[in-house]
Ligand binder design. Structure first.
Ligand code: FES
Ligand SMILES: [Fe+2]
Length: 401
């Protein structure tokens, strides 16, 4: 019988997380209202990428159902990225369209023509003489707290955030070098599912399911003869976030298309990394021998898969207790030759199929749990990241803002 791979665990908490959870209660509408107030109105939320805002005046609009907001994120002429509520300070019109991106020197309201600079200062009031006692300095766009980490742009909707972004990220923050900045977006998909956001996050933070759901698309990427149950070589539970490594199968048989692509270029999924070549210290942090990728849960609603030459990002945007929008993006390096470009296309297509599989069971799971007939779920040690997610969630719910 093959030896069982022991998972190396690092935890910020002395006690192991609870492995029996009242999941039906956690996905109820009552829980959702608390999460709106005590998590999504206080957490740092990933909202954009600095690479989409490379020049002064570049902007993106981002909408949130929870907490309710439309946000204009813009790079100023001073190079700084700022965020504002997408609301005209005259009578509350939207300044830019929902979902829009572009470049502007001035933001002009289509209702009565007031204008603002990229730094949010009110620059022009049409027919200004008809207003009495107007103080333009008081009528700048309403700011949203906005900070950047490794080219990822985060927002915080609290009036006074309890922590800086760096404090919020904690142990997760250091050690990535230019890993994120050296990659560029390859694909972006939006899914909308009838399932609670917690369940959606949970579907991406354990590897126990990979042998079953992904048997036709990613059948032999993980585990292999030396680790048949695909145990994670490394798991790290931080104050808020989780990081673990997924085990590569050293005996994975390359498909003919992969063999050609990898002969000429760097390897994407499902290539295993056995050399740690060029990896910053925070990626494959335990330097696991058979390493496929890391999974990060950036609490509350982001999961990232970090490979040697690619990353997958998933943002789970709650709409209601039973509806979630999933934004799924992939990022890769600048291809050096056609084989690498072909390899990236293979990766792009396969990644979408695999993510669809991950999402495919969630609606049925949510509907079944929402009946409330099953009071608890039990988790394996390989699913400890789920328990950690709910511990962190619980700790935030217990503190009123
Ligand atoms: S509502 Fe924007 S200028 Fe009047
Ligand atoms: Fe999966």
């Amino acid at each position: 019988m093959a030896a069982v791979l022991e998972t190396k665990i690092q935890a910020a908490h002395a006690a192991p997380p609870n492995l029996v959870l009242p999941l039906a209660e956690y996905i109820s509408p009552a829980s959702f209202e608390l999460e709106r107030e005590r998590i999504f109105s206080r957490a740092w939320l990933l909202a954009a990428h600095a690479s989409d805002l490379s020049a002064p005046g570049d902007y993106v609009e981002r909408s949130f159902d929870v907490p309710k907001a439309s946000v204009l994120i813009v790079r100023g002429t001073d190079g700084r990225i700022r965020a504002f509520h997408n609301i005209c300070r005259h009578r509350g019109n939207r300044l830019v369209d929902v979902g829009s991106t572009g470049n502007k020197r001035r933001f002009s309201c289509s209702f009565h023509g007031w204008t603002w600079s990229c730094e949010g200062a009110l620059k022009g009031v049409t027919d200004e003489g008809q207003f009495s006692g107007i103080d333009k300095d008081e009528l700048g766009l309403l700011p949203v707290h906005c900070e950047e980490w490794n080219g990822l742009v985060f927002l915080n909707f609290a009036r006074f955030p309890e922590e800086t972004l760096e404090e919020w990220l904690g142990e997760l923050a250091p050690g990535y070098g230019d890993y994120f900045q050296s990659q560029q977006r390859l694909s972006s998909h939006r899914f909308e599912i009838e399932a609670n956001w917690n369940l959606a996050v949970n579907a991406f933070t354990e590897g126990y399911h990979t042998m079953f759901i992904h048997r036709n698309t990613a059948g032999d990427y993980q585990g292999g003869a030396s680790n048949p149950q695909r145990h994670r070589p490394f798991m790290q539970f931080m104050r808020r976030h989780t990081r673990y490594s997924a085990p590569a199968n050293p005996d994975h048989r390359l498909a003919p298309s992969e063999a050609i692509a990898y002969r000429f270029g760097r390897k994407l999924l499902p290539a295993a990394c056995f050399d740690n070549d060029g990896l910053p210290p925070a990626v494959n942090p335990s330097r696991a021998e058979h390493w496929l990728f890391d999974v990060i849960e950036l609490f509350p609603n982001v999961v990232m898969l970090l490979g040697q030459h690619y990353r997958i990002e998933l943002r789970f945007l709650p709409v209601s207790a039973s509806r979630t929008v999933v934004i799924n993006e992939t990022f890769v390096y600048q291809p050096d030759n056609l084989a690498e470009r072909a390899s990236q296309e293979l990766f792009r297509i396969r990644e979408k199929e695999v993510v669809r599989e991950d999402l495919s069971l969630l609606e049925a799971q949510h509907a079944a749990l929402a009946t409330g007939v099953m009071e608890h779920v039990v988790l394996s040690r390989q699913e400890m990241a789920l328990a950690h997610h709910f511990r962190v969630r619980q700790a935030m719910l217990e503190v009123s803002p």
